[in-house]
Design a protein around this ligand. Structure first.
Ligand code: ACO
Length: 439
């Protein structure tokens, strides 16, 4: 049998399908001609065996716990790079030169303010409004403030749109937090770098500038790097799906934010902290907790991953950042000790071993955010800030590809054709009118 062909037999028909090989040796059967040749489609609910595209952005090897952005290992980027450098890497494919990075940083400063009219939108949200709802709504509304960027025609326009999103998402995130506390907005300071500027907008008060504690800026940068992309996850796939309809970048990314809000995706970091707090406050014993998980009463949040079946390398990065940050700040967080105890017990348990369930990115990331003073309802927003470069990179890749709208098929399982049942046979009281208002 030829290595680069897979043969599919159904009834009397047998066809050869091309096998495509990726740059890391991953193989995929190209089924694009399957329906035309056989009338068959494939069924893969949840897409665990389906490749939706070819992509050159991020490589994940779930069996061996490998994650690389554009070829660079996450462990190295986490230590050596800044978040904005990684954003350029993901979006444009290369680590930036000093000059390229300066241009990008200047653009981020240029676009950091929000249009004054956009600020009025914040007033319409309730005081305790979910920051994630505010973020997705305001990011979507950016499209109406930048109509010149709805149809991106060239690289310069794309760069401007990308810089606007990466810069403004930080301002919107900080303002949504200030709004929830009824505090005045602190405008971005163009003299501050990305992460310091965000902490300034979050925690400064008028005439009282916030000085981030030692280690906080680096920890935030690493947090954002670890969240920056993760190939075809639910939100990135959403961005690509929406983008495939040739929707603009702002609308596509806003859809990604909505997908990320889900408890099984970007909402998991907050769920982990809520779970750990609940264990602590109610003095729940870890074996009792694990027993309830095994009885499927709830899931152990921050555990398990669709792709990682050994360990999630981001969890290791997040754990060491959390430990270092707390040590540098000379702080203690009982939830970190508790998280480590829960992880140890789960990893030693057959249920978790058999199902290859390991701590994921979200298991330790919340500890970092707590140490930085970020409240739990802002956790998914922090994730969204980090994921912005990944979404933009995916939108660009999708838009510069073969321009095929994503349109899966289905196996229909509903009623077959049947006769219409008139209303008088369905207990309706028929009004005696023949006029148009009966509708
Ligand atoms: N706790 C307990 N059991 C679990 C967990 C968990 N966290 N995750 C999976 N399982 C079990 C399932 O019950 C199932 O058991 P079964 O075979 O006896 O029915 C088995 O493991 C496989 O689970 P699936 O749901 O099929 O795995 P899937 O790959 O679809 O789900 C997911 C991945 C959604 C991340 C899942 O592991 C989960 O719900 N984890 C908790 C939420 C979480 O931490 N999400 C963050 C993901 S990372 C990210 O988005 C950045």
């Amino acid at each position: 049998m030829k290595k680069n062909t897979a043969t599919l037999t159904h009834g009397d028909t047998s066809i050869d399908l091309d096998v495509i090989e990726g740059s890391e040796g991953e193989l995929g059967v190209d089924i694009r001609s399957l329906r035309a040749k056989t009338g068959l489609i494939t069924l893969d609910q949840g897409y665990s065996s389906t490749g939706s595209c070819e992509s050159a952005i991020t490589f994940v090897d779930g069996e061996n716990g490998v994650l690389r952005y554009r070829g660079y290992p996450i462990e190295e980027l986490a230590v050596k790079s800044t978040f904005t450098e990684v954003a350029q890497l993901l979006i444009f494919g290369q680590l930036p030169t000093g000059g390229q990075h300066q241009v990008f940083s200047d653009l981020l400063s240029e676009h950091e303010l929000l249009h004054q009219d956009l600020l009025h939108h914040f007033e319409g949200f309730p005081a305790k409004g979910q920051p994630m709802a505010i973020l997705s709504a305001i990011v979507n509304s950016l499209g109406s403030f930048h109509p010149d960027l709805l149809e991106i025609q060239n690289d310069e326009e794309f760069l401007r749109a990308a810089a606007k999103l990466i810069s403004k998402v930080r301002t919107i995130a900080a303002f949504s937090y200030r709004k929830s506390l009824g505090l005045p907005f602190i405008h971005p300071n163009p003299n501050l770098r990305y992460c310091t500027n965000f902490l300034h907008m979050m925690f400064s008060l008028p005439y009282r500038d916030y000085k981030p504690p030692l280690g906080a800026v680096k920890a935030l940068s690493t947090f954002l790097i670890a969240h920056a992309d993760h190939e075809q996850n639910c939100s990135a796939s959403t961005v690509r799906m929406v983008g495939s309809a040739q929707a603009n970048l702002f609308a596509s990314v806003a859809a990604g934010i909505c997908a990320l809000w889900g408890r099984l995706h970007g909402g998991a970091n907050a769920a982990v902290i809520n779970m750990l707090t609940n264990i602590k406050e109610n003095n729940i014993k870890i074996p009792v907790l694990l027993e309830q998980v095994k009885q499927k009463r709830f899931r152990l949040m921050g555990f398990g991953h669709r792709v990682y079946k050994s360990f999630d390398p981001r969890a290791k990065v997040m754990r060491s950042v959390a430990e270092d940050l707390l040590a540098t700040m000379e702080k203690k967080d009982e939830l970190l000790d508790l998280a480590q105890e829960v992880a140890e017990a789960a990893l030693a348990d057959e249920y978790f071993q058999e199902r290859n369930l390991y701590p994921n990115l979200d298991f330790y990331s919340g500890i970092i955010l707590r140490a930085l003073g970020v409240p739990t309802n802002m956790f998914p927003v922090m994730f969204a800030m980090g994921r912005m470069p990944g979404w933009i990179a995916h939108w660009r890749e999708e838009s510069s590809g073969p321009h095929k709208i994503h349109r899966p098929r289905q196996i229909y399982t509903g009623e077959t054709k049947r006769d219409y049942v008139d209303r008088n046979k369905r207990g309706w009281k028929i009004r005696q009118t023949s006029s148009w208002d009966s509708f």
